[in-house]
Design a protein. Structure first.
Length: 162
């Protein structure tokens, strides 16, 4: 599976997870039942005038509902995926161009004789070099992708106070 498919599948899974964390009946204040009772699990307040789970307490004041937090995190997650995908495409296009230039240089160096064993060895070296560089780009972007997920997870846990 290539990195692009991996990134899209993680995005889709995260979005579905975020959508599944919203209560079936919610009025935006964290009340998880159709009878508008207090439900502290979803970060609700006993007062309907406050959308935050802790308006005067120790945490920061955040008047977004639980579903709004998940929506914002999903949007931020999608933006980060798009940014990483653009970065990946740019790096791979650059490597493709550089590899083609190196192959053209080797071709000219050996006068277009593709049966020359020296040309074959040089072409093999070029292939190995650029395969290694592509692997390195993928490793670095996967690490960066994991860092983005950790940051979003920490932000989500910070909202819940976990």
């Amino acid at each position: 599976m290539n990195t692009k498919h991996l990134l899209w599948s993680v995005l889709l899974g995260s979005t579905l997870l975020a959508a599944g964390c919203v209560p079936a009946y919610s009025n935006g204040y964290g009340y998880g039942s159709p009878y508008q009772t207090y439900d502290s699990y979803y970060g609700g307040s006993s007062s309907p005038y406050y959308g935050s789970r802790d308006p005067y307490g120790y945490g920061t004041y955040d008047n977004r509902s639980h579903s709004e937090v998940h929506r914002d995190l999903a949007r931020e997650h999608a933006e980060e995926h798009e940014k990483l995908e653009r970065k990946y495409d740019k790096a791979m296009n650059r490597l493709d161009r550089q590899e083609q230039e190196a192959e053209a240089k080797a071709y000219r160096k050996y006068g277009g004789d593709v049966s020359n064993p020296d040309y074959q060895r040089e072409k093999e070296k070029i292939d190995q070099k650029y395969d290694h560089k592509r692997d390195k780009v993928e490793r670095n972007l996967n690490k960066e992708h994991g860092d983005v997920h950790n940051e979003l997870q920490n932000e989500h846990e910070g909202y819940h106070g976990w």
